[in-house]
Design a protein around this ligand. Structure first.
Ligand SMILES: [Zn+2]
Length: 145
């Protein structure tokens, strides 16, 4: 696609080909129009490059903000909203949702709603597990050792 500047150059070439000079009234008008078109092309190029810089800057801010949102709202928002914790049952390996209140009491027996087997979890270990899930699996081995 031709840029505005290339199109203006093309029109200027046409005007030169027709030997339009500013020694006639019409020629003065056409030459003036070409000069204004040059100015417009300059202005658009300047706007275009500052727009690109702004785009990059906004993208960078957007990425940073997404990181902050993950950090601030990440797993907590999910847990607080529905009050349930997502767990893969060690017995049937089904993903089940357990009321997070169950984990408040260490002695409470947690039963898988799918296979009805008891699930034994240490609450602290469980919290770590979910923190790790948020950031990637590679950390979980280090922490669980
Ligand atoms: Zn189960």
């Amino acid at each position: 696609m031709n840029t505005i500047r290339e199109k203006v150059s093309y029109v200027r070439g046409l005007a030169d080909g027709l030997e339009i000079k500013d020694d006639t009234k019409e020629g003065k008008v056409i030459i003036s129009i070409l000069e204004v078109l040059d100015d417009i092309a300059d202005a658009i190029e300047t706007l275009d490059s500052s727009q690109s810089e702004l785009d990059e800057y906004v993208d960078a801010i957007d990425e940073d903000l997404a990181d902050v949102e993950d950090e601030v709202f990440g797993e907590d928002e999910c847990d607080e909203d529905d009050g349930f914790i997502e767990i893969e049952c060690p017995n049937c390996h089904e993903t089940v949702y357990l009321d997070e209140d169950l984990f408040d009491d260490e002695d409470e027996e947690i039963v898988c709603p799918n296979c009805h087997e008891s699930i034994h979890f240490d609450s602290d270990r469980l919290k770590e597990r979910f923190d790790d899930d948020d950031k990637g699996k590679q950390n979980s081995d280090v922490k669980n050792d």
